[in-house]
Each structure stands twice: as C-alpha cells, then as structure tokens.
Design a protein around this ligand. Sequence first.
Ligand code: SF4
Length: 306
Amino acid sequence: MAEVYKEKIFEKAPHVDFVVGPNDIAKIPFIIKSLIVDKNSSLTNDLFEKKFWETDGEERPEDIYHTGYYENEKHAYVIISEGCSNLCSYCVVPYVRGPLKNRNYKSIIKEIEEAIEIGREEITLLGQNVNAYYYEDVDFVELVELVNSIKGLKNFSFITSHPKDTTLRLFKVMAECEKLKKYLHLPVQSGSNRILELMNRQYTIEFYLDLVEKYRKFVKGGILTTDIIVGFPSETEEDFYNTVRIVQTVKFDAAYIFKYSARPYTHAASFKDDVPLKEKEKRHQFILQLQKSISQLKKTSDVILT
Ligand code: SF4
C-alpha cells in the first residue's frame, strides 16, 4: 500500500506519521531520528507533524530480510523471496512488491542457524511463490534439502505454493525430508477453466487435480489447504458449481474463501464486476459451510484413525 498510495495515505489517514515502502524499511531508524531532531529531540504528541514518505528503493538490503522478529520463542518465519512475477489478474502483489527477488540461500541458512542458536526449533520459509525460488544453482527443492540438513532444527514448513511451479520432484523430497511438515497450501482459486484463464493462473483444473493426486500418493497423510475466490467477474452459476465440485472432490483440510473485490492497478480491475454482492455472499456462505462440514468430517475420521 505504501508503494501504491505514497503520500496519498496522509489524506486517507491523517494520523499516519510516515510511510515507507518494502525496499526502504532499512531507512526507518534514520527517518525517526530526523523527525526527532526536527522537534529538538523532545518526545511530544505532535512529534511527527512533518509527513514523510520513502518508497523509491530498488533493492531491499540483504540484512533487512533478517528481521530478527519471530512469532514466539520456538518459531521463526524466515523470508526466502520477495515479490512475484506471476501477474494473476486480480492480485496487487506484483505492483506493490515488484517482481520476484530471491534471497541468497547462504543468508537463509545463516539466519536459520542463528535462530536455532537463540532457541527457535521450528521454521516457516516465507515467499509469495516459494516454488519459483532460484538463487545461483539452488532451486526450491534443493533449498528444502539444505534446510532439512541443518543441525538442531526440529521441523519446518513453507508457504505459499503456486500450482504451476509445484512439481513431483518436490513431493518426493517432501516425503524424504524427515523434518519437513507434511503440509501444502496450494491455492486453486476456482474450479472453472474459463475463470482460471481470466485470472491468468496458468494452469487448468485437470492439471491441479493431477497435482493433488500425486501429492497424496507421495506425501502420505499430507495436509492440503487452499484459497478460493468466489464472484470473480463474469462467474456464472456453472463456473461456481465447478468450484463446488472441486471442493467436494479434493476434500481440502481447510480453505480460505474470499469474495472477489477489485484491486487497484490490476488487470481484473478493468473487468466488469458483474456478480452482485448478494450473490457473492451467497456463494461465499455456500462454500464456507461445505468446507466446514468437510473439515469437521476429516477431523472426526482422523480421531477415529488415531
Ligand atoms: S496471487 Fe500469488 S502467485 Fe498470483 S500474482 Fe499474487 S502473489 Fe503472485
């Protein structure tokens, strides 16, 4: 949002004191310092009355990936890449975060080792599309193997995967890596090939179902979750019921379901948002309830099996 709206944020939210884009966050201490100096170093309520924005940075400095901010005493999120080059037609990420930028795998390993040294046992590797990771001669599957071999690490997972970059090779490595959680978040978004094409997702529903089959074959007992958007422009009842069928067929462990709304700068924002809000809500509720009953049933059968 900082990258897109820049100084306009001050109009929308006058209480905001300064705005910094993702590639400029290293400048925050200097901005605060300069603003404090402006007020003769005295901390008062109107300290930041001078508005300030920085959103022009090209390259996020390497040390800034290493936030040192971890969720709790046992777990750390570690960024492996920033931005995304996929240009799904509804998504603002490529515009606000820029194209995919991969972090040096040596820095990723170093950060994980340091996190372990201070007591973290679990790691989540983070990226908008982790499967597209590539740095020098190391791709995502090799990175997973490298992380799995780190001494002292108890377990790790990754999020998020794009179906078009998810491979059988990954599933085989997932099955072999004893520290890797058997968990895959694989957003399907829609069960209709027509809508998937309009979304520019670059896979068909047949391809997606084939991936799911392979995942379940190789990663025994693996958890599978997804994202779904309902009410995408021009989504008909038939398109929607194709999505319903996917939910019924795949039986996800959980699904995050969203009602479509246009995002600025995206290609889909130029489409006619023609599914009425009431209809979007109806479809949203329908899939929500369906998924709830599936998740509940799966939990019950897990309990019976264990
Ligand atoms: S939805 Fe995900 S894969 Fe598609 S452009 Fe956005 S971040 Fe990239």
